[in-house]
Design a protein around this ligand. Structure first.
Ligand code: PHE
Length: 381
């Protein structure tokens, strides 16, 4: 793996330098750790997020770095596998000596790393994990995105107002903290507004056959099906729903966002909707500049929410380090907690008392194999 190779090259170089361990910082650079799902089931999450992060670090370094030092990003791939994030973060902290950790996209994997960061007093910034428990782990854990009580409510309102659905089914991935949380918050919002949950079914992320549960859902006659899962499973669920004749709208949350959703799901995902954090079609000057820079750097590819949030996570860290004037964990933590009205690509970021960011959600529709921007929903004050 490229990232491990980097590490062993550094180890080789270290042979010439007494006491130099793997990736230990030279005095003119600041080491920042990142863990991401660069391969495996949710690879597009990790790759997008990583690319956004890399772009931010490059821009910061081209502008002279932070505190007169260049930033060096050390990235570990957790292969989308449970258990690997803990290994990655332990290595980044204990062996490499990073001053902060960026990651992850998936809530379950951020939750795996958070207690380790907290215990070592190394600030962790998740770009895009939305489960509330992530930052509840402790005062060194931050995120630059909204959380699922908000996202669940957004989709509950959307189902009632736009889809005109009063009876819906919910199909949850019980292996994912994200999915279980988002299902719960959606149900609370939906029933509070007078809607009815007519069926609740479960699957395990990575399953291939969803037809049994989909048949049960169909027989409950819902007017829509909420699937708070990740893109590979969501695409297969859309395909198999069509196959069994379940034709009511399917809709989900940010976990649906991947070009693989349409590559796998093809015409079966047409007309579906999902909520997410960002659309390259909606945004001010900062957003436009980011889209242009990202496309230039990554071969014309349009950035998705994870790319934008990955970028923002690195920029927020740099801003905190500048305000702290130093790189020790406590000082960065305190500066991060004081972040106010930071102009980010995904909107203005103020870190609130729970170390989360109150931000708008966007709703996208799958149309013609693309994600069409529908609307922006601001958080209720
Ligand atoms: N919010 C999801 C989670 O917590 C991850 C995600 C973020 C997926 C953004 C897609 C886009 O697991």
């Amino acid at each position: 793996m490229k990232f491990r190779l980097l590490c062993s090259l550094a180890a080789l170089a270290a042979l010439a330098v007494p006491f130099g361990g793997c990736q230990k910082a030279s005095t003119d650079e600041i080491l920042v750790g990142e863990f991401a799902s660069l391969t495996g089931k949710e690879a597009t999450f990790g790759i997008s997020s990583h690319e956004g992060t890399v772009l931010a670090i490059e821009e910061l370094n081209n502008g002279g770095g932070v505190l007169n030092k260049k930033l060096k990003l050390i990235t570990e791939d957790n292969q989308s596998k449970a258990g690997e994030s803990a290994n990655a973060v332990n290595k980044l902290i204990a062996k490499d000596g990073v001053i902060a950790i960026l990651g992850e996209v998936a809530s379950s994997r951020s939750l795996e790393a958070a207690p380790i960061c907290q215990q070592n007093k190394i600030p962790q910034i998740s770009p895009s994990s939305t489960n509330p428990k992530v930052t509840e782990t402790g005062d060194f854990i931050f995120r630059v995105c909204f959380i699922d009580p908000f996202q669940g409510l957004v989709m509950a309102n959307f189902a009632q107002k736009t889809l005109k659905a009063q009876k819906v089914a919910v199909f949850t991935d019980v292996k994912s903290d994200y999915s279980k949380g988002l299902a719960k918050f959606f149900k609370e919002g939906f029933t509070k507004a007078g809607g009815q949950i007519v069926a609740e079914l479960d699957y395990n992320g990575g399953d291939k056959d969803f037809k049994g549960q989909l048949t049960a859902i169909k027989s409950a006659n819902p007017e829509g099906v909420f699937v708070p899962g990740y893109y590979t499973d969501a695409a297969l669920i859309c395909i198999q729903a069509k196959e069994i004749g379940l034709t009511v709208p399917l809709f989900g949350g940010d976990g649906w966002e991947s070009d693989q959703l349409t590559k796998i799901g093809k015409e079966s995902v047409e007309g579906t909707y999902f909520s997410t954090h960002y659309s390259p079609d909606a945004g001010g000057d900062k957003g436009k500049a980011f889209v242009a820079a990202y496309q230039k750097r990554f071969g014309g590819k349009l950035p998705d929410a994870m790319a934008a949030l990955g970028y923002d996570s690195a920029m927020i860290l740099a801003d905190a380090m500048k305000r702290a004037g130093k790189t020790d964990g406590q000082a960065i933590r305190d500066a991060l907690a004081a972040t106010k009205d930071f102009e980010a690509v995904t909107g203005k970021i103020t870190i609130n008392a729970q170390r989360d960011a109150d931000k708008s959600a966007v709703i996208l529709k799958v149309e013609g194999g693309k994600f069409k921007y529908i609307e922006t929903i601001a958080p209720t004050p």
